[in-house]
Design a protein around this ligand. Structure first.
Ligand code: ZN
Length: 228
């Protein structure tokens, strides 16, 4: 069966292009779930497991550009929020740039598709061949904005939502049109500094689907091992 490779950029605008839903995962994640299911049905356990790796992630190695120390602390706090939300299944680990899956930088100005953006994440998810085996992997670059268009610094709460939001994309979540969600639009007067029920339910739905598939793969592999 073929390998799956999806390249996507996403926007986090001050003005959100309305989407019809609140708290959802990215449609592309369904492609990995169905790829994994098809692989399972065809007996390709390794491909099925790799598809779940793309979603469940585990350890995520990131490199962080030099920047204001306060902004770096906010980013790390945002990572901790998401780690807790996954019950510690996802762990962000800072590494040198040449070992990183995700590179994170800072910008005074950011635009995406001609809109002012609070952050921009570009990611790639893939199941690919690695030596003799198949591997599911995610790589990304994230840019976070430090100043509003007037030149004033984003405060730590505003920066927190930008960081939560872009990391949410890395975990597979979609933009939301709902106010009050980290994955929703940034309202500079009321930034979201904690994950909302909508953010968390989208995350749990996605991860529980991936875990269901992973559990079946694990059982099937155990059965195959026990076969004489
Ligand atoms: Zn977004």
């Amino acid at each position: 069966m073929g390998f799956l490779r999806i390249l996507t950029g996403w926007v986090f605008g001050y003005v959100l292009v309305a989407t019809a839903h609140a708290g959802a995962y990215l449609p592309e994640m369904d492609r990995f779930l169905s790829y994994g299911q098809r692989a399972l049905d065809a007996g390709h356990m390794e491909a099925a497991r790799a598809a779940t790796d793309v979603i469940l992630l585990g350890e995520v190695r990131y490199a962080l550009a030099e920047g204001p120390s306060e902004a770096r602390e906010v980013l790390k706090a945002a990572m901790r929020e998401w780690e807790v939300a996954t019950d510690g299944e996802v762990r962000f680990v800072e590494v040198p740039a040449n070992e990183a899956q995700i590179t994170i930088g800072w910008a005074n100005e950011l635009r995406f598709r001609s809109l002012e953006a609070g952050g921009v994440a570009r990611w790639q998810r893939a199941v690919r061949r690695d030596g003799d085996g198949l591997r599911g992997e995610v790589s990304a670059t994230i840019e976070l904005r430090l100043r509003v268009p007037s030149g004033r610094r984003l405060n730590s709460d505003q920066l927190m939502q930008c960081a939560l939001h872009e990391i949410g994309h890395i975990l597979g979540l979609d933009d939301s049109s709902a106010r009050g969600e980290a994955m929703g639009p940034l309202d500079l007067r009321r930034p979201i500094t904690r994950l909302s029920d909508g953010d968390l339910s989208a995350l749990r739905e996605l991860r529980s689907r991936a875990w269901n598939l992973r559990d079946i793969v694990t059982q099937a592999e155990a059965l195959a091992m026990n076969r004489p």
